[in-house]
Design a binder for this molecule. Structure first.
Ligand SMILES: Cc1cc2nc3c(=O)[nH]c(=O)nc-3n(C[C@H](O)[C@H](O)[C@H](O)COP(=O)(O)OP(=O)(O)OC[C@H]3O[C@@H](n4cnc5c(N)ncnc54)[C@H](O)[C@@H]3O)c2cc1C
Length: 381
């Protein structure tokens, strides 16, 4: 007889695990299917993941927070520099009356932590080392695992199989291709910088983030226009540290011992619809957001927070769930429009970028009300 779960989640990344932990906290049964073996990830590197204060509060509320295991760093101020130092906006805890504006955690440690919590949870069954393919999905709402004649029956399918979702492609979900013509690189390195602060810097070469790390390994996210990649020599033995340090001024000094730990070309797809029938796409499978503003996981978590009290209605076409789904869809559209507008205004080396950046910085620095509104938008408070 087919085994029945309330939910099946495909993909055991950050988003898939968070979905499972949220569903299980409502005493619903869930089966998580992950392509790779779920082992503890052991790494000396620090892959920064910035969490907004809203995300941190939600995780703490759900008892999903262990500062030591996830190597968290509290952030008290964020500097946004738009092309030159005159166009800098500072956001600090005093602007929002909170103890922090967010935290940076190590993504690999955080994923290990979430997977471990999922493994220990009695409402979550994990099937790892198993890649679901369209052949196993043909009979929705049942799925058949490879080499297994028994079906898994479920109320709702949640797909979190990551960027450029193969499952979305095979289910023929309409999508747009988004090619920023940029590549994101994450480095660990040593440098002098301000404590408890981060910086987001827009330059003619790309967008850069200066972030804390662990021990003497701090982190830098460099999202560079592809035409400048050769100048930075990121993938060569002799990285052009001088050129990188110039982009990061005045937030980074004495940059040395850079180590490339991650690379991702920003050529991806964005689904037109993220929810239909019995399938919900969350996280990178629905859209890989540009890393500026660190919104990808924060947005997924915000969706999960909204669904946290609604899981039981999700497959029942209940009016209140329709309302939540519509709200999230509206929020998703606003976020995507905001990202598209920012990238068209600030990610080009032209006169429009110069005028817009000067206007944005001056307006935010002159008007406390607009600055508060801007903070609310980016921190989702
Ligand atoms: C450079 C960069 C920096 C970023 N920084 C931030 C940040 O600071 N803050 C923030 O909020 N967001 C950030 N993001 C976004 C964030 O990393 C993503 O939102 C998040 O990692 C998405 O996780 P996911 O679970 O959706 O996808 P993934 O992490 O890709 O997980 C997908 C999982 O599905 C599994 N899988 C795939 N196919 C199958 C299949 N057929 N069957 C079973 N399993 C399958 C994979 O093995 C994998 O485990 C950043 C993104 C980039 C590119």
């Amino acid at each position: 007889m087919a085994k029945r779960y309330d939910f099946v989640v495909i993909g055991g990344g950050l988003v898939g695990c968070m979905v499972c932990l949220s569903i299980s906290s409502k005493n619903r049964s869930v089966c998580l299917i992950e392509k790779n073996k779920i082992n503890k990830i052991i790494s000396d590197d620090y892959t920064p993941l910035s969490l907004s204060i809203n995300s941190v509060n939600f995780l703490k509320e759900k008892n999903i927070w262990d500062e030591n295991l996830i190597k968290s760093n509290l952030i008290e101020s964020l500097y946004i520099k738009l092309f030159n130092s005159f166009n800098t906006v500072k956001i600090s805890t005093s602007d929002i009356n909170l103890e922090s504006i967010g935290q940076v955690v190590d993504k690999a440690s955080f994923l290990s932590y979430l997977r471990n919590l999922s493994k220990k949870n009695k409402n979550i069954d994990i099937i790892d080392n198993t890649e679901l393919d369209i052949k196993q999905l043909e009979s929705l709402p049942k799925i058949y695992l490879p080499n297994d004649s028994e079906a898994i029956d479920f109320g709702q399918l949640i797909v979190t199989d990551g960027a450029n979702s193969k499952i979305a492609e095979k289910l023929n979900i309409p999508y747009k291709n988004i090619n920023y013509d940029q590549t994101s690189y994450i480095f660990n390195g040593e440098y002098d910088s301000m404590e408890k602060s981060t910086a987001q810097i827009f330059t003619d070469k790309g967008v850069f983030a200066v972030l804390p790390g662990h021990g003497n390994k701090k982190s830098i996210v460099a999202t560079v226009h592809n035409k400048f990649i050769d100048d930075f020599k990121f993938e060569a033995n002799t990285i052009n540290e001088n050129l990188l340090e110039r982009q990061l001024l005045p937030y980074v000094k004495n940059l040395k011992n850079l180590k490339l730990i991650y690379k991702h070309p920003l050529n991806t797809v964005r689904l037109d619809n993220w929810f239909f029938k019995q399938t919900l796409f969350l996280g990178n499978s629905s859209q890989l957001l540009h890393p500026f503003g660190a919104q990808g996981f924060n947005f997924a978590l915000d969706c999960i927070k909204k669904l946290d009290t609604q899981w039981e209605y999700l497959s029942s076409n209940d009016k209140s769930t329709e309302h939540v789904i519509n709200n999230i869809t509206k929020k998703r559209n606003e976020l995507l429009n905001g990202i598209d507008l920012t990238s068209s205004l600030l990610m080009k080396n032209n006169i429009l970028a110069a005028i817009s950046s000067s206007f944005i910085a001056k307006t935010l620095n002159l008007s406390t009300t607009l600055k508060k509104f801007f903070i609310k938008r980016i921190l989702n408070t």
